[in-house]
Design a protein around this ligand. Structure first.
Ligand SMILES: Cc1cc2nc3c(=O)[nH]c(=O)nc-3n(C[C@H](O)[C@H](O)[C@H](O)COP(=O)(O)OP(=O)(O)OC[C@H]3O[C@@H](n4cnc5c(N)ncnc54)[C@H](O)[C@@H]3O)c2cc1C
Length: 305
């Protein structure tokens, strides 16, 4: 099918883009990588009167990683973020999740920020932003505002960006010390949207006991869902050497908390079961990652690095 008619705008600067968005408000849609918007137009599931193509606004392509975290500009492609050594060092959950997003051709074009704004409940990056308590920076002709992940995802394919606003960048905070991460999901074929997935973050104290454990879920609710699993994770470790926790109780707790929907891809019971299994795997892997990082930093400290 062909898209419905629309006026095409190709601003060369951020100021020009914001002016067009201010003028046309809810009648305008931003075009970034086009990997979700173009199919929606072609299927006539979206019919904006104005398309604002931001691909010429070079300033939006930045990816910056420093001790505070990773800031990803609106035009940074999935592939650029996935392959950045700086990103991997500061926030390894990003490349771990990005490897599961679609296929390489789509990752070459699609953007991290576009994926957040698209807010697909089965997408990987919204769950990553949510579990890390990251933020999106909204810019408009009227100014800027920072939106926390917990306030950004309003429903399936719906964010809290307002008409006239552009998502200028997203910020993913760095990992605290002795913290590990893991991402796991199940999809019918690699690259398909997941039936369910989990992004886990586990922090250890100086005695290598769990001090915090969080999991962000995709595919099991209308928006990314975050569970604080700290108490259950501590219980799972009780009386066991670090890294040898029994995560089965945590999986049971997670299944009780979830209320997924059935669709043509999977039933609700299957999704609930899957989320428990994936939680066990993700927590085990994130704890192993945290132990590895704790040992590496202890060795570095001893060596005076
Ligand atoms: C075959 C296929 C498989 C896929 N599989 C997956 C998958 O497994 N997991 C996954 O997460 N994604 C998947 N995707 C989607 C892909 O990751 C998209 O790239 C991503 O969802 C949107 O990024 P984009 O830059 O292409 O956005 P676009 O398609 O350009 O835009 C998507 C939406 O976000 C809005 N938007 C984009 N950028 C901004 C901005 N800066 N400010 C305001 N609004 C903005 C647009 O107006 C539009 O509503 C798949 C896509 C295809 C075609």
């Amino acid at each position: 099918m062909k898209p419905p008619p629309f006026a095409y705008h190709a601003p060369a600067t951020l100021a020009e883009a914001l002016d067009v968005l201010a003028e046309h408000g809810a009648d305008a849609k931003v075009l970034a990588g086009g990997q979700s918007l173009i199919p929606l137009l072609n299927m006539r599931l979206a019919e904006p009167a104005h398309i604002v193509d931001i691909n010429r606004v070079a300033a939006l392509g930045d990816v910056r990683a420093d001790a505070r975290g990773v800031r990803v500009g609106a035009l940074a492609r999935h592939a650029a973020v996935e392959r950045s050594a700086g990103v991997a060092a500061v926030q390894p959950l990003l490349p771990a999740a990005l490897r599961h997003v679609a296929h390489p051709a789509i990752r070459n074009r699609g953007t991290v920020v576009g994926s957040l704004v698209h807010a697909d409940p089965a997408a990987e990056l919204p769950a990553v932003l949510a579990v890390l308590d990251g933020t999106v920076e909204a810019v408009s002709a009227a100014g800027r505002r920072t939106i926390r992940a917990a306030d950004f995802f309003a429903g399936p394919l719906e964010s809290t960006l307002r008409p006239g606003e552009l998502a200028g960048s997203a910020f993913f905070p760095a990992l605290p010390p002795r913290t590990g991460v893991a991402f796991t999901e199940t999809s019918r074929r690699h690259g398909d949207y997941a039936l369910a997935g989990v992004a886990a973050v586990v922090s250890l104290d100086e005695d290598l006991r769990v001090s915090a454990a969080r999991a962000g879920y995709l595919g099991v609710a209308a928006t990314p869902l975050v569970l604080d699993l700290t108490r259950r994770a501590r219980q799972a470790q009780t009386g066991r050497p670090p890294g040898d926790a029994d995560w089965s109780g945590v999986a049971g707790f997670v299944r009780e908390r979830l209320d997924p929907e059935s669709d043509i891809h999977a039933g609700a019971d299957y999704r609930r079961h899957l989320a428990g299994v994936l939680t066990e795997r993700a927590l085990r892997a994130a704890t192993a990652d945290a132990l590895g990082r704790a040992h590496t930093s202890a060795i570095n400290e001893e060596a005076g690095w």
